[in-house]
Design a protein around this ligand. Structure first.
Ligand code: ADP
Length: 190
């Protein structure tokens, strides 16, 4: 069983690589961004709560995110493990995740961080905005907020896993398949 945190700023390619990883390893994809967008689309209470944060590129409050993840983990049966994508985004989320997994006799195998320079991120997000339909992909100010939030609030999560000896950074620029192959090398070493 593998439980992997795929880490990196917005636009780093976490979603793209997650799709390939779930196919290769049969893991359950747990993307908090996707879960929130699903709630938003269905107009649930949780979706309405998350909407204003998401549309402005700010983080949804920890307790809301943690509750949603807890529910998803508890309702997933017979999983070979999870790929956490876009979560944890704060150190409070990271320690909550450790506690949740422990309850289910699981633990994080490792964090894999995709390293991509800021100018490339911005260009990728704007390109994605042409087709993603995401409000937060289409506006320079919102894109800048998301990247700033990443550096201010999310980057410390890398230290959290580094301290546990579970952090690995790989180059996130280049061909999708090459990046994928680098990720699989890390996973196969667990
Ligand atoms: P990105 O492309 O910015 O990585 P995501 O799809 O992961 O986008 O997330 C979109 C938005 O959903 C974030 O900007 C944030 O508002 C909210 N969100 C997703 N995951 C989390 C999380 N773990 N904690 C707080 N907010 C989150």
């Amino acid at each position: 069983m593998y439980n992997i945190v795929l880490f990196g700023p917005p636009g780093a390619g976490k979603g793209t690589q997650s799709e390939k990883l779930i196919q290769k390893y049969g893991l359950t994809h747990l993307s908090t961004g996707d879960l929130f967008r699903k709630h938003l689309g269905e107009g649930t209470e949780l979706g309405n709560l998350a909407k204003k944060y998401m549309n402005e590129g700010r983080l949804v409050p920890d307790e809301v995110v943690i509750g949603m993840v807890e529910e998803k983990i508890a309702s997933t049966k017979n999983s070979k493990g999870f790929i956490f994508d876009g979560f944890p985004r704060t150190t409070a989320q990271a320690s909550a995740l450790d506690e949740m997994l422990e309850k289910h006799d699981m633990s994080i195998s490792g964090m894999i961080a995709l390293d991509v320079p800021e100018d490339v991120l911005k260009a990728r997000i704007k390109e994605r905005g042409k087709t993603s339909g995401r409000v937060d992909d289409q506006d320079d100010a919102k894109i800048n907020t998301r990247i700033k939030v990443y550096f201010d609030e999310t980057l410390p999560v890398a230290d959290y896993y580094e301290k546990q000896g579970k952090f690995k950074k790989i180059n996130g620029v280049g061909a999708i398949d090459e990046i994928f192959s680098d990720i699989t090398k890390v996973i196969d070493s667990y």
